[in-house]
Design a protein. Structure first.
Length: 230
């Protein structure tokens, strides 16, 4: 059964699932909640969960990048290409009222990036963004090459009538071999990593706590975006 936290001062609800949620179920629940938020019938929601092993195809997905459909593949209306979801990965669905906060999709994506970077920093991981590729990247100092970067997090959003859904996926301890069935986000020149792969003994609960602490730094108590976001 999922666990809902009390809403915050800004009316935001946090919800954590203690079981993997099938993707069609998650999508249906997000769709319903978006309409409730838009109609003023429900508060904004940050939904923290895991999925069973699966691949999702964003609006820019290239079928050639589905290398081995060993898991179910779901088409989704979010931006981006192919991604993997599975146990050990924290999926963060952010359902926020951007019309009230800030009706700027690009600024919202930058805010998501800043939020994830801030949360990972609390766990001792320095993640960065790159102008030429989507996602959150970590420089590897434990490899025998002078410049290696691996992806630790993915971002894919959709906005309907200024209510956001979908969001982030951050790797805690997934089976990294499962990413081999796709070209993750269309990027083949770099690998994929996780907190545990980087030697950070963090748990899902540790990441959840970091996400909650970092959220206010970026999105603020009053329900806007931080001035520090690009």
């Amino acid at each position: 059964m999922d666990q809902a936290a009390p809403t915050t001062e800004s009316g935001l609800e946090w919800r954590e699932e203690d079981r993997p949620v099938p993707y069609p179920e998650a999508l249906a629940r997000m769709e319903a909640r978006v309409e409730e938020i838009r109609a003023g019938k429900a508060p904004e929601l940050v939904w923290l969960l895991e999925h069973p092993p699966l691949y999702t195809a964003g609006t820019s997905a290239d079928p050639k990048e589905l290398l081995d459909p060993r898991f179910p593949v779901f088409a989704t209306g979010r931006g981006g290409r192919y991604t993997y979801h599975g146990p050990g990965q924290r999926v963060v669905y952010a359902l926020l009222d951007l019309k009230r906060r800030k009706p700027d999709i690009r600024a919202y994506v930058h805010a998501l990036e800043a939020w994830a970077i801030g949360a990972l920093a609390r766990l001792g991981v320095e993640a960065e963004t790159r102008p030429d590729r989507i996602g959150l990247w970590v420089r590897r100092s434990d490899r025998n090459t002078p410049w290696v970067e691996d992806k630790i997090g993915a971002i894919g959003v959709r906005v309907r009538r200024w209510v956001s859904f979908h969001g982030l996926a951050l790797n805690v301890e997934p089976d990294l071999s499962h990413f081999g069935g796709i070209v993750p986000c269309g990027i083949s020149a770099h690998g994929v990593t996780s907190l545990v792969d980087l030697g950070v003994p963090a748990t899902m609960a540790d990441l959840d706590a970091a996400l909650k602490a970092a959220f206010e730094d970026v999105f603020g108590r009053e329900g806007s975006f931080s001035r520090e976001c690009r």
